[in-house]
Design a protein around this ligand. Structure first.
Ligand SMILES: Nc1ncnc2c1ncn2[C@@H]1O[C@H](COP(=O)(O)OP(=O)(O)O)[C@@H](O)[C@H]1O
Ligand SMILES: [Mg+2]
Length: 261
């Protein structure tokens, strides 16, 4: 369970977050929506400790992130997979290197371990057959094709999958996606939405999905929160979102749904 209490953040004279209160129940998928620049990415960075709030607290599984030692904060970060806005892959690195960079940075040098984890996560996102088939010719063929590709050799949807695969390294309990379908065509977006759903169900991760894609919201969300002018303006289930009479929310929805994506 992630609990945000009164998260407040200013950059210079500009106050972006003005007291965000939000609970993300364990095992659920929470979509966060709101206008561009309203502070969605900033909020996510507070949860992983990349930004520090001016006021307010983030609690994860009952522990206040602010009060964690460096060691415990590091351990917490290991339990969170973060799919950054844009795919944020390194162009000069292969798929395998991109996926395992976190392990390498943490001192893992065992080639077998790096290989098996890369296979596991690339299988999980559908870029390789199931890992149980590792020994098969079909697996090895796919393996040879994907592992040494560079991001520029991949489609937008495949790059996104590699970004998700990287987030799955180390078996996180939480996955945060920052605009996972932005820039993808509708069919590929739907595939990424399906992947988010499959991972939530199969790996039982708690997910936060920042999006301005209302189709994604309807596809993946258990609950939805809309940020507006620095606070949570709406929080509830998808049916509750459809039924809300708050014109600030309905205006936002009609504008974005009308734009069609
Ligand atoms: N590191 C930073 N320094 C200064 N301003 C920032 C920083 N990060 C974000 N902002 C500002 O905070 C606001 C919210 O940004 P962001 O969370 O990225 O919006 P979005 O909801 O589109 O993800 C924007 O006005 C942005 O310019
Ligand atoms: Mg953003």
């Amino acid at each position: 369970m992630i609990q945000l209490r009164g998260i407040t953040k200013s950059f210079g004279a500009k106050t972006v977050l003005k007291g965000i209160d939000l609970a993300i129940p364990t095992g659920s998928t929470m979509c966060i929506i709101g206008r561009s620049g309203c502070g969605k990415s900033v909020l996510l960075k507070h949860i992983v400790g990349l930004l520090k709030a001016d006021a307010g607290d983030v609690e994860i599984d009952g522990r206040n992130v602010r009060k964690l030692s460096r060691h415990d904060l590091f351990a917490l970060r290991q339990r969170i997979g973060y799919v950054f806005q844009g795919a944020a892959l390194f162009d000069s690195m292969t798929v395998k290197e991109n996926v395992t960079i976190g392990m390498v940075e943490h001192g893992v040098t065992d080639a077998k371990l790096l290989d098996s984890e890369a296979c596991r996560v690339l299988s999980a996102v559908g870029l390789l057959p199931p890992v149980e088939e590792y020994e098969s010719a079909a697996f090895q063929k796919e393996y040879a094709i994907i592992m040494n590709k560079k991001p520029s050799d991949l489609s937008g949807g495949m790059r996104k999958r590699v970004g998700v695969a990287r987030a799955l390294v180390g078996r996180p309990d939480y996955i945060f996606y920052d605009e996972p379908t932005t820039g993808l065509d509708p069919v590929t977006s739907q595939q990424i939405d399906d992947l988010i759903g499959v991972l939530a169900r199969n790996l039982k991760v708690t997910s936060i999905v920042i999006t301005h894609d209302m189709f994604s919201v309807f596809n993946v969300a258990d609950r939805v929160a809309m940020i507006h002018e620095g606070v949570v303006r709406f929080e509830g289930t998808v049916p509750e979102l459809r039924d809300t009479t708050d014109t600030e929310v309905t205006d936002f929805l009609s504008r974005y749904v009308a734009e069609g994506f």
